[in-house]
Design a protein around this ligand. Structure first.
Ligand code: ARG
Length: 563
């Protein structure tokens, strides 16, 4: 039963559509206020009346029925009371019948959303700073798919630039095949750092590196071979981490993919008189918009990061015909994306309004050891491995006889990292702390996973079929609160997509786990007074397990059966 829709259908507000009314209705924070509320200040301007007067008038006109049993005007709000039993029974029924689809929708059917995330740089460390873009983007990818959109996950690889010339130089000077093959990215990083150290006293190395890069640009065979090898090495190593984190992409078209796709952009900029010369470079002047110029071609004719992003935007529109194109990139690049989107607008691409920079804050490690300078790097893989190890130690202490300990430690360790990274509004800077993300009693992934395992434990102990459960005549308040929270899952997923905030889902999961644990301690489940009550509480437990699982899966986290 869609109560909001039912309420909205019954309201008549001049100049406001039913959909709009429905979007303003929210569940109330406390039961004394009824179950749903409509804030009438939303209509004050259109109706030129005070919210209080509007609420009173609407309350007077509203005809209650057997679904909405009461309506009251309170301080400019309309508060609705629903038929609780009907509401609870309908909610439980939908969770139990829709199972892994509970909370999904088809609102996005026929629409495509491109999501550019992780977008790592080849031959550079995959460090803790990449955690947010990777898990935020991946979660948005899963959320949009769950809502019926076709999401396209794009890893816009940083596989172009003078740094590859430097790397070839360093490899030829100090590297060898075996070490690179064995150590992978670590060795490539070491070589890269060494280049910079040496170049300080031997500036002529920079010219040699530039020459190597020119070779790559011209497709010279031996340079290409090395470059492709570095790329392959990076990708194989990084895919292991993506697998651990349940992250997937549909395309790895990176910067070099656009080598032959920039000319049409440049031509169009010229044709529309948007290119001007500045110190030999070709730029789009953005001074009228209080922004520095967007550089398209350097004075030596080389293209830039921005040129490639413009070509990529054209390519994505042509290839995927997206309805939205998201860039999950740190706030350091706010200006870059403002420039790109402005240039698209000046090019009269009406789809410039569909481009969104999903900007997020920085991640650092608690002990402050995150400093990429001097090659001192906090490798993401090591952070994840360490979390898994610490998790195994906790399990060894708390539940030493657990089967598949390693497997569970992996699920929980990874869950802790992802959940920790998605716990706050994305724009906030976060300080990563092992103890914090691994605290089984805190607002963490392990806490939520533990609650899901608790549900499974209860269900495993039940030797009764509860499919024919019925609702008791009166619900305990913790039962009602739990069901009411279950009913808001779909809205939470929608809101997370709308605001690009997976943290709405982590928050939801924490609240659901807390409510279930309260119920678990306050109400007897398997030993309840009568058989019907046992069945109902088992059904409720099952519904909670399903919903936690769905919420976690949208974050890329699995829910172990036992832990
Ligand atoms: N590789 C870039 C970096 O590490 C991020 C790329 C983001 N995506 C894009 N289309 N510009 O800074």
């Amino acid at each position: 039963m869609d109560y909001k829709n039912h309420i909205a259908q019954k309201l008549n507000i001049e100049g406001v559509s039913t959909e709009e009314i429905q979007s303003f209705i929210t569940p109330t924070p406390s039961q004394d206020m009824g179950d749903y509320a409509l804030p009438c200040f939303r209509f004050a301007k259109a109706l030129r009346k005070s919210p209080v007067a509007i609420a009173e008038q609407l309350a007077g006109e509203f005809v209650t029925d057997d679904i909405i049993t009461d309506v009251k005007a309170v301080n400019g709000y309309l508060n609705f009371t629903v038929n609780r039993m009907g509401f609870c029974s309908a909610t439980l029924k939908s969770v139990l019948s829709e199972k892994q689809n509970y909370g999904s929708s088809n609102e996005g059917n026929g629409k495509t959303v491109c999501i550019d995330y992780s977008s790592i740089n080849i031959a550079k460390p995959f460090h803790i700073g990449h955690l947010s873009t990777t898990v935020l983007g991946s979660s948005l990818y899963k959320i949009f798919n769950f809502l019926g959109y076709k999401a396209v996950g794009i890893n816009h690889l940083g596989d172009y630039g003078t740094q590859f010339g430097k790397l070839i130089y360093a490899y030829k000077a100090w590297g060898d095949k075996q070490t690179v093959e064995k150590e992978g990215l670590k060795e490539l990083t070491r070589l890269y750092v060494k280049f910079h150290e040496e170049a300080e006293t031997h500036p002529e190395m920079e010219d040699a590196a530039r020459a190597y890069f020119k070779n790559i640009e011209q497709g010279e065979q031996s340079a290409m071979q090395l470059f492709n090898w570095f790329k392959e090495l990076t990708l194989t190593q990084i895919e292991k981490i993506y697998d651990l984190l349940n992250v997937k992409f549909d395309s790895y078209a990176g910067e070099s993919f656009y080598n032959d796709k920039m000319q049409p952009v440049i031509d169009e900029l010229k044709a529309k008189n948007l290119l001007t010369e500045s110190d030999g470079a070709m730029v789009v002047d953005l001074s009228a918009y209080d922004m520095p110029p967007c550089i398209i071609l350097r004075s030596d004719g080389a293209s830039l990061y921005a040129t490639r992003d413009l070509a990529a935007a054209f390519y994505r529109k042509n290839t995927y015909d997206f309805d939205k194109c998201l860039y999950v990139v740190a706030y350091q690049q706010n200006l870059h994306f403002m420039q790109i989107f402005k240039v698209l607008e000046l090019l009269q691409k009406d789809w410039h309004k569909d481009m969104v920079h999903v900007s997020y804050g920085m991640v650092s490690l608690e002990d402050g050891s995150m400093s990429t300078r001097k090659g001192k790097v906090v490798w993401l893989e090591e952070v994840i491995e360490k979390c898994i190890e610490k998790c195994l130690a906790i399990i060894d202490e708390k539940n030493p006889n657990l089967e598949n300990k390693e497997q569970v430690a992996k699920q929980v360790g990874v869950g802790a990292v992802i959940f920790g990274a998605l716990s706050n509004n994305k724009i906030k800077d976060i300080v990563f702390s092992y103890n914090k993300v691994l605290n089984f009693d805190g607002e963490t992934g392990p806490y939520v996973q533990y609650t899901a395992a608790r549900c499974s434990g209860v269900l495993a102990k039940a030797d009764i079929n509860f499919e024919d459960y019925t609702l008791p005549n009166k619900l305990e308040s913790c039962e009602y609160e739990l069901i009411a929270h279950l009913s808001t899952f779909g809205d939470t997923v929608k809101a997370a997509a709308e605001k690009y905030e997976p943290c709405f889902i982590t928050r939801y999961a924490i609240d659901l786990a807390k409510l279930y644990n309260k119920f678990y301690f306050e109400c007897k489940i398997l030993t309840a007074e009568d058989k019907n009550l046992v069945k109902f509480r088992l059904a409720l437990t099952k519904a909670v397990r399903i919903t936690i699982e769905n919420a976690l899966s949208l974050l890329g986290i699995s829910a172990p059966e036992r832990m």
